[in-house]
Design a binder for this molecule. Structure first.
Ligand SMILES: Cc1ncc(COP(=O)(O)O)c(C=O)c1O
Length: 372
């Protein structure tokens, strides 16, 4: 038996979610965010599927992720969000995101040296406080300053500005007022650049939450990640998204234990009745967070079974006393559905005080992935 979890990735669900995004955005071009190994779903397989479905661009965080896609034969445009490496951008025909004047000069010099052009997208910091040309109207900068820098970049030899982007800082956009001020900054900048004779054809701002809740941020293309994987960034609103990842373990052993038996490290759980306890093949080494100790459920035979005691490194105990006909080697669903019951990344995130992004990543990248 192999260790740990199996993650089943449903590529049909990815295609379906891509279709939902197209529909919500009136057919806008999609820059599919496949960074961090497609949020734990496998970047090569997911990217091939999305490009086959018609996704116009892919977006990754770092050059090595983009190179992995190129080496897998993917020739679609790839936006590299956070990595200024000049040489690799040229060698692998990638589209770097430029957030400083220096990065633009470095690319221009290399373009001249190679006798080539490079296509870039400009990153504007409209309030995220992370990367990009600062364009937050405050004491230290203003829109016209940012505008001047972008115009300077557009005049550099060998640089072709195809896109301009910014990023929302309220990922779930629960409070829209700051997001709207980000849109307003982005809008003004775009219009001013246009008036100054610089038309940037692909302006993009919308992450998944904005795809769902801010049509005014859809611009020329949208840049969703988590929606593609079937998880809604907005609490309680799924708009027909289908989760693409199901995660499964097995029951290694079943034990009938008398009342008063303590279970696992630290004796944090003691049986109150005669109990049937299943030992399942997943622990924190597999991304099954230790915060799930006494604080999560799994599905056995389509019914919820609570985690009892502390999650161990490789195994975890669940109480199956209430569930009929359980046998050793039965399947345990950690994330996914069976019949009426479902455990979503959102549930696991709530139980471990994090966000679904981290759950998908930590479980998805450690599990053995199979594609269906
Ligand atoms: C720059 C950028 N754009 C888009 C996304 C996609 O965001 P989401 O997964 O919330 O749609 C991310 C995700 O972290 C990001 O960093």
């Amino acid at each position: 038996m192999e260790r740990g979890l199996v993650a089943e990735i449903d590529l049909q669900a990815v295609s379906h979610n891509f279709g939902v995004i197209r529909q919500m955005t009136g057919g806008r071009p999609v820059i599919a965010v496949v960074k961090a190994d497609a949020y734990g779903h496998g970047a090569v397989e997911v990217s091939k599927r999305l490009v086959g479905d018609g996704a116009e661009y892919l977006a990754v965080a770092f050059m090595n992720e983009a190179i992995q896609l190129r080496e897998a034969g993917i020739s679609a445009p790839i936006l590299v969000l956070f990595d200024p490496d000049v040489k690799e951008a040229f060698e692998y025909n990638l589209t770097p995101v430029v957030g400083t004047l220096k990065a633009a000069y470095d690319l221009s010099r290399e373009a001249v040296r190679r006798g080539r052009h490079i296509t870039v997208h400009i990153k504007v910091d409209s309030g995220m406080g992370r990367l990009g040309l600062r364009c937050v109207p405050d004491n230290c900068c203003d829109i016209s300053e940012c505008e001047k820098v972008i115009i300077e970049i557009s005049r550099l030899q060998g640089i072709n500005i195809e896109g301009m982007m910014s990023h929302f800082c309220d990922a779930d956009l629960k409070y829209l007022s700051f997001a709207r001020s980000q849109i307003s900054v982005f809008d003004t900048l775009r219009k001013n650049l246009s008036a100054a004779g610089l038309h940037i054809p692909v302006c993009h701002l919308a992450n998944s939450a904005a795809v769902m809740s801010l049509p005014e941020a859809h611009y020329d293309a949208v840049r969703p990640g988590i929606m593609l994987y079937g998880c809604s960034p907005l609490d309680g609103v799924d708009r027909g998204l289908v989760p693409a990842m199901s995660v499964k373990a097995r029951i290694l052993a079943l034990r009938k234990l008398p009342p008063g038996t303590s279970i696992s490290y630290g004796r944090t759980f003691v049986t109150a009745r005669e109990s049937l306890v299943a030992v399942m093949s997943a622990g924190y080494a597999d991304g099954f967070n230790r915060l799930f100790s006494n604080n999560a459920a799994v599905l056995v035979k389509g019914r919820k079974a609570p985690v009892v005691g502390r999650v161990c490194m490789d195994i975890t105990m669940v109480d199956v006393t209430e569930i009929a006909d359980v046998s050793e080697m039965d399947e345990v669903i950690i994330m996914g559905g069976r019949g009426e019951e479902r455990i979503g990344a959102e549930d696991l995130a709530r139980w471990s005080n994090t966000i679904p992004y981290e759950v998908m990543l930590s479980i998805g990248s450690k599990a053995k992935r199979i594609y269906i």
